[in-house]
Design a protein around this ligand. Structure first.
Ligand code: ADP
Ligand code: MG
Length: 921
C-alpha cells in the first residue's frame, strides 16, 4: 500500500455502493480533499498500485500468430507440400530453395504487416483521450490513462468521462450514457446520494461512468474506480471492439482476387495437362505447376492494400490528419465537397477587438494579440467622463461574462473571450479585481442554438441585488433588450435605435469582423433561481457592440484554390453573421450564394438548392445534418467538419467526419473519421491528396502484379504449344514471384503524389478497380512481355546452347518486370518525366533485384540453385533491349492517351467537367 499516513486506503472493491454514501464519507474513504485534489506523489503511488486507467486491449494478434498467418495461406501450404514431395523424390536442391522461398516470403509478409499494425497502434495512442484533473490544487490536462482513484476530475461539455466517479459538482450536467446503458436520452445528473440498494446504473444520478459523454453543463467528480474495475471495464469483455471491418477497396480486391485465382487455377491445370501430354517428367511438371500457381494467383492483394493503407495513414498522421479507419483513406480520395467551419479552421482563431460602438458612439481599437497594450480612440477626440463610465460598464460585462484567462500572454479558454479581456484591459479594467468583486452565482452557458451567454453576479455594493451580464450575437441579444445605454443616460430601445444598432452591426460585419453585443440587467437577488436563469435574460440594457477581427489562416486560400482545381467544392458553415461570413469567404475565394439558418428553417422540406450554396451563416449544428444529407442526396461524397457536442450527428452522417484535435470536444472526435491535430483547413486537403495518391498507388500495384501474372501464364502456356523448351523452371518462377510481391511491389505503394492528382476531378465512388481500359493495358503489356521472352527463347534456342537459351529467356523476363515496375507508376505520364526519379525506396528495390539477378546468373553457387549459366555481355544486351520494348510500346500508348485527353479538355474547364460527371452513390 503506497498511501501516506493519515489517508485511509482507497478501497479497491468494486461492490462498494458509492452512490449511497454521503459525499464526505466518499472523499474520506478515497483519501482526498476536494479543494486541492491528490498530491502528485500520491498520484504516483496510486498509479503503481492500481495500474493504468485503461480498458483491456482488444485482442491484438501476437507476433507468432502473425507469422503463422503468413504460412497458413493455402498457396504457401501447397508450396510447402511441393517442397516436401521434391525432397522425398530426392530433389533436395529444389526442396531447399522452396523452403527458403517460403521463409523469405513469410518474413517479408510478417515485417510488412507488423509495421502496418504498429503504425495503426501508434495512431490509437495519438487519439487517446485526455481529461482535466485537480492535483495539488492546480488544474491540469492529463492523459485519461493516468487517472487514479481519488483524483478530482473536472467535467466540461463535450468531455469524455475518464473513469467512474462520484459527482461533487453538477451544474445542469447531462451525460450521454448510451454506451453503457443503451439509453439514448442524456441522463440528468446531480450530487444527491441515491439511497437505494443495487439501484440500476441509470438511476445512480450522482455517479458518472467511464467513457460516457458530457452533453451539457459542467461538473466535478471524485474518481472511485479506474481501468477494468469500472462499469465499462466489466462490460469490456462483452463489447470488445469490433474487428476492423474490411474497407470497400479491400472487399473489392478480395473479390477480384478470387476471380483471378480461378483464372490462374485453370491456367495451371492447362499447363500441367499440356506438359503431361507431351510426356514431360511428372514431378518436374507438378513442381513448376505449383510454382506457377503461386505466381499466377494474386493471393496477396488484400494484404498489400492493408499495408499500403496503413503506411499511408501513418504518413497522414505525421502531416496532422489522424485517420481512424482505413476505409476513410479511400473515401477521402473521392471526396467531392468539403463543408468546413469558419472559426479556427479557415481562420486563425486569434481574435482582436478592432472596432466598437459603445453608448451609441463608434470607437476604433489599436494593438495586436493578447497583450493589453494599445488603446481606444473615439474619432480622435478625448472621451468625456460619462463616456468613460459607459466603456467601463461594457468592459465589466465583457470580463464577468467570460470563462477564459490570460496567463503570460497565452490564452486559457476561448480565444474570443480572451480578446475581450484584452479589450477590457485597454479600457482600464483589471479583470482579476472585477471578478473577485462580483462573485458569480449562476450562469447560462453559451449554446450555438440561442447564441448568447449569461452570468449572474452578486452585487458587491448591495447584497440585495444581483447583476446579470450577457454577451452574444447581436441579433439574438436584441430580442431580449428593451433599453439602450447612452453616455448621457438610457433611452428606450425603440425601432430607430434598433435599426441603428443593426446598421452598425452590418457595417462591422461587412469588414469581416465577428460581432458581439453586450447587455446587462440588475435584478433583486431574491429573484435569482439558479434552476431557471434563462427567464432572467430579458428586459436587458444594451451597452454596446464590438467587432472582432479573426484573420484567415495562412495557406487556407491556397488550399481552397487547390480544391477548386481538384473539382472539390468548398462550403463554409458558421454560426456567425452572414455579412461576416461573406466577407471572410470572399477573402478566401469561396464564392457563391449565402444561405442563413433562418432561410433553411423557412423552407424545411426543400433541399434541392443546398448544393449550390457556398456560405451557410447563422446556422446551428442541427442544420449541418440537413446539409450533409442534402449533399449526399445530390450525389456528393461529403466531408464535414465539427467541434461541438451537437455536431456529432452530422459528423457521423458525413462520408468523412472531420473533428478538431485542439479545440474540438471528445464527443466530436469520437464521431469523426478524421481528427486534425492542427485544426487547419489545409490539412483536410492534404489528407484528400494523400487519399487520392494512396488509391492510385494501389492501382499501380495492381497493374504491376497483374501484368506479371498475365505475362507468366502466357509464356508458360505458349512455350510448350509452340514447341519451345521450358522457358522458366519452378525455382525461377518463384524468384519472379518474390520480385513481384516483395520490395519493388511494396515500394510502389509509397510513390509520391502525381503532379496532377489535384488537377483532376474526384474519382467516382462507383469506379471499378478493373475497367475494360485497364484490363486492356494489362493484357497488352503482358503480351509484350510474353512475346519478347518467347522470341528471345526461340532465337537463342537455335543460336546458343539450350541452358544458355533458358537463362537468357529467364533474365529477359526478369528485366521485363523491372521495366514494368517503372511504367505502371502512372497511367498517363511518360517515364521520362521528372517524377520517375522520385521514390528512392523503389529505385533501391529495383537496383537490389538487378544485382540479385546478376548474382543468380553469374555466381556459380547460385547457378547451381537456379539452373542458370553465365551470360555473355552480348546476351545481356539482347535481354535489356528486348525488355525495353515494353517501355517503347507503353510510351507510345501513353502519348496517345495524353493526346486524347488534351483534345477532350481543350474546350470545357476542368471544374465544369468535374461538375458534369455523374455522381450517384
Ligand atoms: P462559429 O461557427 O464561427 O464557430 P459560433 O456558433 O461559435 O460560430 O458563434 C456564433 C455567434 O455566437 C458568434 O458570432 C457570436 O456572436 C456568438 N458567440 C460565440 N461564442 C460566444 C460566447 N462564448 N459567448 C457569447 N456569444 C458567443
Ligand atoms: Mg464556435
Amino acid at each position: 500500500m503506497g498511501l501516506t499516513a493519515g489517508s485511509p486506503a482507497p478501497p479497491s472493491d468494486l461492490d462498494r455502493q458509492w452512490h449511497r454514501e454521503p459525499l464526505a464519507q466518499v472523499t474520506i474513504a478515497l483519501g482526498v480533499g476536494v479543494e486541492r485534489g491528490l498530491a502528485t506523489d500520491e498520484v504516483t503511488h496510486r498509479q503503481a498500485e492500481f495500474g493504468p486507467n485503461t480498458l483491456p486491449e482488444p485482442n491484438r494478434r501476437s507476433r507468432v500468430a502473425l507469422l503463422l498467418d503468413q504460412i497458413r495461406n493455402p498457396l504457401v501450404l501447397l508450396l510447402l507440400g511441393a517442397g516436401v514431395i521434391a525432397g522425398l523424390v530426392g530433389d533436395t536442391k529444389d526442396a531447399a530453395v522452396i523452403f527458403a522461398v517460403v521463409v523469405i516470403n513469410s518474413v517479408l509478409g510478417f515485417v510488412q504487416e507488423f509495421r502496418a499494425e504498429n503504425s495503426l497502434e501508434s495512431l490509437r495512442k495519438m487519439l487517446a483521450p485526455t481529461c482535466i484533473v485537480r492535483r495539488d490544487g492546480i488544474l491540469a490536462e492529463v492523459p485519461a490513462g493516468t487517472v487514479v482513484p481519488g483524483d478530482i476530475v473536472v467535467l466540461e461539455t463535450g468531455a469524455q468521462i475518464p473513469a467512474d466517479g462520484r459527482l461533487i459538482v453538477a451544474v445542469q450536467l447531462e451525460v450521454d450514457e448510451s454506451a453503457l446503458t443503451g439509453e439514448s436520452l442524456p441522463a440528468i445528473k446531480d450530487i444527491e446520494r441515491v439511497d437505494a440498494v443495487d439501484a440500476p446504473l441509470g438511476d445512480r444520478r450522482c455517479m458518472a461512468y467511464m467513457n460516457t459523454l458530457v452533453t451539457r453543463g459542467r461538473g466535478e467528480m471524485v474518481v472511485v474506480s479506474t481501468g477494468s474495475r469500472t462499469e465499462m471495464g466489466r462490460l469490456a469483455e462483452l463489447i470488445k471492439q469490433t474487428p476492423l471491418s474490411a474497407t470497400p477497396l479491400q472487399g473489392q480486391l478480395a473479390q477480384l482476387g478470387k476471380r483471378l485465382a480461378v483464372i490462374g487455377g485453370v491456367a495451371v491445370v492447362l499447363y500441367v495437362l499440356i506438359g503431361l501430354s507431351r510426356g514431360d517428367a511428372w514431378n518436374a511438371i507438378l513442381l513448376s505447376g505449383v510454382a506457377l500457381a503461386v505466381a499466377a494467383i494474386p493471393e496477396g492483394l488484400p494484404v498489400v492494400v492493408t499495408v499500403t493503407l496503413a503506411v499511408g495513414v501513418h504518413q497522414m498522421a505525421r502531416r496532422g490528419a489522424l485517420v481512424k479507419q482505413l476505409a476513410s483513406v479511400e473515401t477521402l480520395g473521392s471526396t467531392s465537397v468539403v463543408c468546413t467551419d469558419k472559426t479556427g479552421t479557415l481562420t486563425v482563431n486569434q481574435m482582436t477587438v478592432r472596432s466598437a460602438w459603445i453608448g451609441g458612439q463608434p470607437a476604433e481599437v489599436s494593438g495586436d494579440g493578447y497583450q493589453s497594450r494599445g488603446q481606444l480612440t473615439s474619432a480622435g477626440q478625448a472621451l468625456s467622463d460619462a463616456e468613460i463610465a459607459g466603456h467601463r460598464r461594457l468592459a465589466q460585462v465583457a470580463t464577468l461574462c467570460n470563462d477564459s484567462r490570460i496567463a503570460d500572454e497565452t490564452v486559457v479558454g476561448d480565444p474570443m473571450e480572451a480578446a475581450l479581456l484584452v479589450f477590457a484591459a485597454k479600457l482600464g479594467l483589471d479583470p482579476d479585481l472585477v471578478r473577485a468583486q462580483f462573485v458569480r452565482i449562476a450562469e447560462v452557458p453559451f449554446d450555438a442554438r440561442h447564441r448568447f451567454m449569461a452570468t449572474v453576479h452578486a452585487d458587491p455594493a448591495d447584497a440585495a441585488w444581483a447583476l446579470i451580464a450577457v454577451k452574444g450575437a447581436l441579433d439574438s441579444l436584441l430580442e431580449h433588450c428593451s433599453v439602450l445605454a447612452e453616455a448621457d443616460g438610457s433611452i428606450t430601445l425603440d425601432d430607430s435605435a434598433r435599426a441603428e444598432a443593426v446598421t452598425v452591426m452590418e457595417h462591422l460585419a461587412s469588414r469581416g469582423f465577428r460581432i458581439l453585443g453586450f447587455a446587462e440587467r440588475r435584478v433583486p437577488r431574491a429573484s435569482v433561481d439558479p434552476e431557471c436563469i434563462e427567464t432572467l435574460v430579458d428586459d436587458l440594457t444594451l451597452l454596446g457592440i464590438v467587432g472582432l477581427q479573426d484573420p484567415p489562416r495562412p495557406g487556407a486560400a491556397e488550399a481552397i484554390a487547390s480544391c477548386h482545381r481538384a473539382g472539390i467544392d468548398v462550403k463554409m458553415i458558421t454560426g456567425d453573421h452572414a455579412a461576416t461570413a461573406e466577407a471572410i469567404a470572399a477573402e478566401l475565394g469561396i464564392v457563391g450564394r449565402t444561405c442563413t439558418g433562418a432561410q433553411l428553417d423557412a423552407d424545411p422540406d426543400d433541399d434541392s438548392q443546398l448544393a449550390e450554396v457556398a456560405v451557410f451563416a447563422r446556422v446551428s449544428p442541427e442544420h449541418k445534418l440537413r446539409i450533409v444529407r442534402a449533399l449526399q442526396k445530390a450525389g456528393h461524397v461529403t466531408a464535414m467538419t465539427g467541434d461541438g457536442v451537437n455536431d456529432a450527428p452530422a459528423l457521423r452522417a458525413a462520408d468523412i467526419g472531420v473533428a478538431m484535435g485542439r479545440t474540438g470536444t471528445q464527443v466530436s472526435r469520437d464521431a469523426a473519421a478524421i481528427v486534425l491535430t492542427d485544426d487547419h483547413f489545409a490539412t483536410i486537403i492534404k489528407a484528400v491528396e494523400a487519399g487520392r495518391t494512396i488509391y492510385s498507388n494501389i492501382i499501380s500495384f495492381l497493374r504491376f502484379q497483374l501484368t506479371t501474372n498475365a505475362g507468366a501464364i502466357a509464356i508458360m502456356l505458349a512455350a510448350p504449344l509452340l514447341g519451345l523448351p521450358l522457358p522458366l523452371t519452378a525455382i525461377q518462377i518463384l524468384w519472379v514471384n518474390m520480385i513481384m510481391d516483395g520490395p519493388p511491389a511494396v515500394a510502389l505503394g509509397m510513390d509520391p503524389a502525381e503532379p496532377n492528382v489535384m488537377r483532376r476531378p474526384p474519382r467516382s465512388p462507383r469506379e471499378q478497380l478493373l475497367p475494360m481500359s485497364r484490363i486492356g493495358v494489362i493484357a497488352l503489356n503482358g503480351s509484350v512481355m510474353a512475346l519478347g521472352t518467347l522470341l528471345v527463347l526461340h532465337y537463342a534456342d537455335t543460336a546458343f546452347p539450350t541452358d544458355q537459351a533458358a537463362t537468357l529467356a529467364f533474365t529477359t523476363f526478369v528485366l521485363f518486370q523491372l521495366v514494368s515496375a517503372l511504367i505502371v507508376r502512372s497511367s498517363t505520364l511518360s517515364v521520362f518525366h521528372r517524377r520517375t526519379l522520385t521514390n528512392r525506396a523503389l529505385w533501391i528495390a529495383l537496383a537490389f533485384v538487378l544485382a540479385l539477378q546478376v548474382i543468380v546468373v553469374n555466381v556459380p553457387l547460385a547457378q547451381g540453385l537456379f539452373d542458370t549459366v553465365t551470360l555473355t555481355p552480348q546476351q545481356w544486351l539482347l535481354a535489356c533491349l528486348t525488355a525495353s520494348s515494353l517501355l517503347l510500346v507503353d510510351e507510345l500508348r501513353k502519348a496517345f492517351v495524353r493526346h486524347r485527353i488534351a483534345a477532350q479538355h481543350s474546350e470545357p474547364e476542368p471544374i465544369a467537367l468535374a461538375a458534369a460527371l455523374p455522381r450517384v452513390r
